[in-house]
Design a protein around this ligand. Structure first.
Ligand code: NAD
Length: 357
């Protein structure tokens, strides 16, 4: 029997509810595939502020570092909104990404056939299908570059610097190409190489890395065009690889294309198999504790963990298929409900997925 250590951070709000359900799915899959997951639950976010006065206690980071993967719910809520920046729950996310060296953020955006009406795009566009993966560089670029304020010619000024080195670009490009090999073998590199020097280095480096992946087709788009193409014809994309700031913006746009925030998982990876897995949505304080949250993004985050950290591709597919079957049978949580479908709560939705497994 294989064994893995998983750090579990339910966090705040609906995080607690949906992580609880997702763990049932993990347990069931473990039994089926003769794998034991040793779970250690730790605190981060608002609940950690309440108990330890900091959003990310050292002990939490330590447990994560000593695990094979981290499963995270969501952090934050109105109770902590008035705290200064450094003490806010969301600071825990930065601490985890930086502290664990998670440089690659993977966000799939997929429109399920039966949920097409949730997309804000026109039917003829969405009918062509959307199943793409954005690979965003997460620990470099302008969010981490030199910044400051000064006075120039007597006028107050501020600056932020976009800087990438070849190694940073290479490693994220490899993540994208490897992901493409498991998908439809197409990578679109997004930059602003017509203007920015850092983008020209980005493009040169991605082109070099591509030579190691002869089976993968590579094309390039300027970020402004990519933003437009995502809503004009998202079906053209398989894997998109891009910098931290462009990825930040494009991932939100891509998730909006699907129209269902409660359905989308994400992974943040480093260069071994270690990763942190979480839904893209927040702690949804407006519906917390009411059995209203959609647990599917969290359950699909478990599938990503199995695929990327434990190489359990078949088990991950089982979960994805189970989710699809439940949706095809007409069950919906409130966020994806349309007339004629069967409305269920958080627990019931997870139960249906478990039954399909
Ligand atoms: P949110 O994603 O929590 O909620 C936005 C809207 O989507 C709400 O109406 C919510 O009810 C709904 N929603 C979100 N997830 C859902 C689900 N699984 N099922 C059904 N409905 C769902 O974003 P927000 O309201 O801007 O932020 C709330 C808190 O979460 C804030 O404190 C914010 O800082 C935090 N946040 C945390 C993360 C994270 O932990 N990674 C990410 C984003 C926001």
């Amino acid at each position: 029997m294989k064994e893995y250590k998983v750090a579990v951070i339910p966090g705040d709000g609906i995080g607690v509810e949906i992580v609880g359900e997702a763990l049932k799915v993990l347990e069931k899959v473990g039994a089926k595939y003769d794998t034991k997951f040793n779970l250690t639950e730790v605190k981060a976010g608002g609940c950690a502020i309440d108990e330890f006065s900091v959003p990310l206690p050292d002990a939490t980071l330590e447990v994560c570092k000593n695990s094979d993967a981290v499963l995270l719910g969501a952090v934050g809520g109105p109770k902590w909104d008035t705290l200064p920046g450094e003490k806010r729950p969301e600071k825990a996310l930065m601490g985890l990404r930086g502290g664990l060296g998670l440089y690659a953020n993977l966000r799939p955006a997929k429109v399920y056939d039966v949920l097409k009406s949730a997309s804000p795009l026109k039917e003829e566009i969405i009918n062509k299908g959307v199943d793409l993966l954005v690979v965003r560089e997460l620990t470099g670029g302008i969010y981490f570059g030199e910044r400051g304020r000064d006075v120039q010619n007597g006028i107050n000024s501020a600056y932020d610097t976009e800087r990438y080195n070849v190694e940073e670009i290479k490693r994220i490009a490899h993540v994208a190409f490897k992901a493409a090999l498991k998908r439809n073998k197409k990578v679109t590199s997004v930059d602003k190489a017509n203007i920015l020097e850092s983008s020209r280095l980005w493009r040169e480096t991605v082109t070099e890395v591509a030579k190691e992946y002869k089976d993968v087709e590579l094309n390039y788009l300027y970020v402004d065009n990519a933003a437009m193409q995502l809503v004009r014809d998202p079906s053209q994309f398989d894997v998109i690889v891009t910098s931290n700031i462009f990825g930040d913006i494009l991932t939100d746009e891509a998730s909006m294309v699907t129209g269902s925030i409660g359905m989308l998982p994400s992974a943040s990876l480093r260069n071994d198999s270690f990763g942190m897995y979480e839904p893209i949505h927040g702690s949804a304080p407006d519906i917390a504790g009411k059995d209203l949250a959609n647990p599917l993004a969290q359950i699909l985050s478990v599938a990503m963990m199995l695929e990327y950290s434990f190489n359990m591709t078949e088990a991950a597919k089982d979960i994805e298929n189970a989710v699809e079957k439940v949706l095809n049978s007409g069950y919906r949580t409130g966020d994806i409900y349309t007339e004629g479908s069967k409305k269920v709560g958080t627990k019931e939705m997870a139960k249906l997925v478990l039954a399909e497994l």
